[in-house]
Design a protein around this ligand. Structure first.
Ligand SMILES: [Zn+2]
Length: 479
């Protein structure tokens, strides 16, 4: 197996096992052989097949994105950024999901390929992809070069709108059961893929669209197989109110009652807790339940911030003991920008600059995400860990001066400084170009698919509106 040596890197963000945290190392060599890091330190004495000059570089662990929907979110570019329904507590989730529903398989593939490119270009190396399965998904993922945690979604019920006050539920348990069986088959196929980088997450889609039995059986199947489990939970005020109406308790308390919480469970997005100012339910249990059980939260600030909503707040979740990870729920798929946004929003919510710091978000985007996925071999650069790593260009203008290069990266440069990316020891981005896929070609297919999706909107929208009536352009088109 070939050995690659990064010689005398100016900075390396390495894993300190004893301190259980990421630390800076300066002026060190980093060597990896095959898919595995075998040395970080002064003066590597072994031989190497390839030597990369580490001057002007910071080496960081590949980032871990624990919540994404690549098969449709890029299709919403230009559509969803300012779309929301005031009578649904600002969320546009239900209206948009119905009006712009079910892209065809060609559209899904174009959308996913485009998103995978965005993710690699910002330094993501591991991805939880929550998608409705489509033909060619596993092969496309394998080709991307990413480390994949495929999360085929399924549900007992579908949302539909009768008015603008919130979703109604079309229940069909056999459909949910069939989806569950398909999901396990897809996960098994991913695990068996010869690339060796694919795994799965058991993913009943939403706490409010899955029956109690389906949720319990899904969690049991995940535990049986040693796989993570994920579901959307406490993601909208409508959902919280619906669960209180059904069960007399919040979605988090209901998840606890069903035995869904605990290590290996990832809740997207656990934002509207009982203590949240938009909910203000009389109990004060949700955060304690998350923390005491070691449940993970996939925090994706962007879609909520666009509605005017923030987590309250990230620092309190951390201190309660929740396993905090980050995700890119929507476009742009830029996990570094999510780190930046999450840090600023947490301080606004806390009204305290010391509520969080950039190290908290690096941890969430690396080791925290790995813990959420029950993995200790990714998100960390140390001998014996996977060779998933990113070379950050310190000479990029937005990195200058690189006094504290993690701050330069998160608060200033983001993806502009990501030069090269390796997953499993294989280079997938070189000099800011994805080697495994063709983003420009995917973009052309994506635009065509978006046109088809918009043209079909009046058939799906509950008011039979055209796409431009649901989400007008941001400026009038002048003659
Ligand atoms: Zn989501």
């Amino acid at each position: 197996m070939p050995t690659t040596l990064i010689k005398n890197a100016d900075w390396v963000i390495a894993w300190d096992e004893k301190a259980n945290r990421q630390v800076y190392r300066r002026g060190v060599d980093l060597a990896f052989t095959g898919d595995c890091v075998d040395f970080i330190g002064a003066a590597y004495s072994g031989t190497a097949d390839r030597v990369i000059d580490g001057a002007g570089l910071m080496v960081i662990p590949g980032l871990i994105d624990i919540h994404s929907h690549p098969h449709h979110e890029p299709l919403y570019r230009g559509i969803r950024e300012e779309h929301g329904v005031a009578n649904m507590h600002m969320t546009g989730l239900y209206e948009r999901g119905q009006a712009f529903s079910a892209p065809d398989d060609e559209g899904r593939a174009a959308s996913a390929e485009f998103a995978y490119c965005e993710l690699l270009l910002c330094g993501v190396t591991s991805l939880v992809d929550i998608s409705a399965p489509f033909d060619g998904w596993i092969e496309l993922f394998a080709r991307s070069g990413l480390r994949g945690f495929l999360a085929p979604g399924y549900a007992s019920a579908r949302w539909f709108l009768e008015n603008d006050l919130g979703p109604s539920y079309d229940w069909n348990e056999p459909r949910g059961r069939a989806g569950f069986a398909t999901a396990l088959r897809v996960i098994d196929a991913a695990l068996a893929h010869p690339c060796g980088r694919l795994s799965g997450v058991v993913s009943p889609m939403q706490i409010d669209t899955c029956s109690e039995d389906l949720l319990r059986d899904s969690r049991a199947a995940a535990i049986d197989r040693g796989l993570p489990f994920t579901t959307h939970c406490s993601q909208s005020v409508n959902e919280v109110r619906e669960m209180i109406r059904r069960h007399g308790m919040t979605p988090i308390q209901w998840a606890h009652r069903l035995g869904l919480l605990g290590p290996g469970t990832i809740l997207g997005h656990a934002l509207f807790l009982d203590t949240h100012s938009w909910v203000r339910w009389h109990t004060k249990d949700d955060l304690r339940l998350l923390g005491a059980s070691g449940t993970a939260v996939a925090h994706c600030p962007t879609p909520f911030a666009r509605y005017g909503q923030v987590m309250e707040h990230f620092g309190d979740y951390l201190r309660a003991g929740a396993v905090m990870g980050l995700g890119t729920d929507c476009s742009p798929h830029n996990l570094v920008e999510e780190m930046r946004k999450a840090s600023v929003l947490a301080r606004i919510a806390a009204r305290d600059i010391h509520a969080v710091d950039v190290a908290d978000f690096l941890h969430a985007a690396t080791a925290g995400g790995a813990t959420a996925l029950l993995r200790d071999d990714i998100g960390r650069l140390a001998p014996g860990k996977k060779a998933d790593l990113v070379l950050v260009d310190l000479t990029c203008p937005q990195m200058q001066p690189p006094r504290d290069p993690l701050r330069s990266f998160v608060y200033h440069a983001a993806d502009r400084a990501v030069r090269d990316v390796f997953v499993d020891g294989v280079q997938v981005v070189a000099d800011r170009r994805v080697l495994t896929m063709d983003q420009a070609d995917a973009a052309r297919r994506l635009a065509a698919a978006q046109e088809r999706m918009e043209a079909a909107a009046p058939q799906h929208d509950y008011l039979r509106r055209k796409a431009e009536e649901i989400t007008p352009l941001s400026l009038p088109v002048s003659d």
